[in-house]
Design a protein around this ligand. Structure first.
Ligand SMILES: NC(=O)c1ccc[n+]([C@@H]2O[C@H](COP(=O)([O-])OP(=O)(O)OC[C@H]3O[C@@H](n4cnc5c(N)ncnc54)[C@H](O)[C@@H]3O)[C@@H](O)[C@H]2O)c1
Length: 304
């Protein structure tokens, strides 16, 4: 198949690009390198340094590459940054997505796969964990809001222009190539610091939880998604909560770090608890995560 991956110079998109190429697909990558890196882009992919908000530039690429599928991972993905300065997040994640979805319709794309968020979508609500896709959306950051609006935009254009869509709501993805200098990606950030003997800071009391999924499992879903999963939204997670303190202890073990962490106040816009019910993904596309947290951390630490 002919696939356009946006955000293919970033952490998740670059691994998906590699997997698609390995499976024999023809892949082109669109990325403006805001947070991605040219060196992440597979040498067999054709690379276009383009902002997804740029309609003319995107049109030229889509006309030339004629993708069957758009796999959309480009985004401003920093929660705290989206609170401090919301407009770029809303512009890229909502208008950029609208731009892509409009062109997908115009140029007869067959399927649109989208990287959404489970963590930032469901908010703080007093609902039972792990949360299913039936839980009402309730974002508490402009980032979460931007993903909610992007999902609706894709579903709208898929309906009016008759292409299929598949939305994945990821839990917290981790693994090699996650940027240790970013705002999120606690395993990359803490792991890189601890490997160099530096003490990481936990925001909050260390009891905040996340549902960590290893990159290979997310890539597997995106490979399955080429053939399965039509006009649906699927959570991808382990259904497990891991506290920040446990993340720290696991990393300390693999990096042989012996100090205690520092603690700082909780950051606004971050949910306290997160774990995603992924039963629908298992039923609909036969996806289940395979890499346990500890194994994923060990593999990631080796690459830092
Ligand atoms: N990492 C996670 O745990 C996680 C969880 C839920 C959802 N997601 C989503 O998955 C996607 C990939 O996230 P990631 O962790 O790989 O982040 P990342 O920052 O490594 O990747 C995002 C990529 O998008 C590119 N980009 C940003 N703005 C752009 C623009 N205007 N035009 C073109 N390219 C642009 C960046 O340069 C980068 O390469 C994002 O959509 C993110 O919201 C990630």
């Amino acid at each position: 198949m002919n696939i356009l991956v946006t955000g293919g110079a970033g952490f998740i998109g670059s691994h998906i690009t590699d997997a698609y190429i390995k499976k024999g697909h023809r892949v082109s990558v669109v990325d403006d390198l805001t947070t991605g890196f040219r060196k992440n882009v597979n040498k067999k992919a054709r690379f276009y340094q383009i902002d997804i908000r740029d309609n003319e530039a995107l049109r030229t690429v889509i006309k030339r590459e004629k993708p069957d599928i758009i796999n959309h991972h480009a985004a401003r993905a920093a929660v705290t940054e989206s609170i401090k300065n919301p407009i770029p997040t809303l512009e890229v994640n909502v208008l950029g997505t609208a731009n892509l979805a409009l062109l997908a319709g115009e140029y007869g794309i067959k399927k649109f796969i989208f990287a959404s968020t489970g963590g930032a979508m469901y908010g703080m609500g007093p609902f039972k964990k792990p949360v299913s896709e039936k839980t009402p959306e309730n974002p508490i950051s402009p980032y979460g809001l931007s993903k909610q609006l992007a999902e609706q935009t894709i579903a709208y254009y898929a309906g009016t222009a008759c292409f299929e869509y598949l939305i994945f709501r990821y839990a917290n993805v981790f693994g090699p190539r996650q940027n240790p200098k970013g705002e999120a990606g606690v395993i990359a950030i803490f792991g890189a610091l601890m490997k160099h003997g530096e003490t990481p800071t936990i925001f909050g009391d260390g009891k905040k939880t996340r549902d960590y999924v290893y990159i290979n499992d997310i890539v597997a879903a995106n490979v399955i998604g080429l053939k399965r999963g039509v006009n649906t939204t699927l959570n991808l997670g382990w259904e497990k909560e891991t506290q920040d303190n446990e993340v720290f202890r696991t990393l300390a073990m693999y990096t042989k770090f012996t100090e205690q962490p520092l603690y700082a106040p909780h950051r606004n816009g971050e949910v306290f608890r997160c774990s995603l019910n992924a039963a629908k993904a298992a039923e609909t596309i036969g996806w289940k995560p395979k890499t346990p947290f500890q194994k994923g951390v060990a593999k990631t630490v080796r690459t830092l």
